[in-house]
Write a protein that binds this ligand. Structure first.
Ligand code: ACO
Length: 326
């Protein structure tokens, strides 16, 4: 059977680090509130000159190096992002140009925090059906350029960064074992960026009202996040034909430590088998899972034969679950 195997991973975080105390100097918040409610302690912030594609290029170079394959052996680039360089072309196209990759199909996925897993699921299908053999999938965000820096309800939650993987067609037992995904557009307005698209084009008024930034009803989103993250995790395990005991490592989307704790309780996954880095990087939407995956590799937390579970929840709402056997 042909499977999509992850043969290399990489990640990049901008140099500047902003702590909770730094935020407390700008808005009415505190380190104590942010840590207790979210688990976040600090986040990386991109510079004015950095665009999302720059972060993807750095993460992708690492992933290609780790995979020991040439950039021009890729036949597809997919980037999950909601904070791309430009409305169009896609960030994937800017990456292709900046990395000097030959003309190959390249596109973005706008599934918010599920963007990377949606990309992985699509790439898996392309590989299984022979559409492509070697694919670069990245998740990348500069969330700090699309948040309202005066809204304490949202500004403290997000950070910037990118993660990338190289997937290759392989025969055998390793690779992506199961996938599931879903979306519910009825709940879109609980977490969205109202302006800047065709519904409310950019205008002086839309900018003055900060309508081009993240708007979120946090406590409503929280309830759905717990439910869907857990459902996606359980379904991906079931479809893999294994049990939660067979999971060696769980990498959840990092939006809130309380969401992660509630999810693992329901999915029966111990905290020791759960990868948590939200304290250091905050919520980087589509980038959190590929960043954590690469960090877990480099910390030797993933070994041959391990079943690694990934699950996400994000704006849309969107959710997804994937089991990968290494
Ligand atoms: N500092 C201090 N107080 C704050 C802050 C802050 N930074 N932010 C909010 N508060 C206050 C609120 O004003 C409110 O005060 P009030 O009771 O006087 O009105 C109080 O804290 C409680 O607010 P809640 O929103 O109810 O707080 P909650 O415990 O729900 O935590 C949070 C908020 C962290 C946002 C949480 O709801 C959450 O994590 N939601 C889910 C986020 C998520 O998963 N998003 C999906 C992925 S993101 C994406 O797709 C782009």
């Amino acid at each position: 059977m042909i499977r999509a195997k992850i043969i290399g991973t990489g990640h990049f975080l901008p140099a500047r680090v902003m702590t909770n105390d730094d935020w407390a100097k700008r808005v009415d918040t505190s380190d104590e509130w942010i840590v207790t409610r979210t688990g976040i302690r600090e986040r990386h912030i991109a510079s004015d000159s950095e665009a999302t594609s720059d972060l993807v290029c750095e993460a992708s170079k690492q992933a290609l190096d780790a995979a020991q394959v040439d950039k021009n052996s890729l036949d597809l680039i997919i980037v999950g992002t909601i904070s791309g360089d430009t409305a169009y072309p896609s960030t994937a196209n800017w990456v292709q140009k900046k990395m000097g990759i030959k003309p190959i199909p390249s596109f973005d996925i706008g599934a918010a925090c599920s963007g990377f897993l949606y990309g992985l699921i699509l790439a898996n299908s392309f590989i299984k059906t022979g559409v492509a053999k070697r694919i670069l999938v990245a998740g990348a965000e500069i969330m700090t350029k699309i948040i309202n820096w005066e809204d304490r309800n949202t500004c403290v939650l997000f950070g910037d960064g990118a993660g990338a993987v190289v997937l290759e067609a392989t025969e055998g037992d390793t690779g992506i074992i199961s996938t599931c995904w879903g979306a519910d557009g009825n709940l879109g307005e609980l977490l969205y960026q109202p302006a800047g698209g065709s519904a409310i084009p950019a205008s002086i008024e839309s900018v003055q009202k900060r309508l081009h930034t993240v708007h979120m009803k946090g406590n409503e989103v929280f309830k759905h996040a717990v439910l869907r993250m857990q459902e996606a995790a359980v379904e991906a395990i079931r479809l893999a034909g294994i049990t939660s005991d067979d999971i060696s490592l769980y990498i959840p989307h990092q939006a809130n430590i309380r969401i992660i704790e509630a999810t693992i309780k329901r999915a029966k996954i111990p905290i020791e088998k759960t990868y948590i880095n939200i304290d250091k990087i905050a919520n980087i939407s589509s980038a959190t899972i590929p960043i954590a995956l690469d960090q877990a590799f480099r910390e030797n937390r993933i070994k041959p034969g391990d079943n690694v579970l990934l699950s996400s929840f994000g704006a849309g709402f969107t959710w997804a679950g994937v089991v990968v056997r290494f």
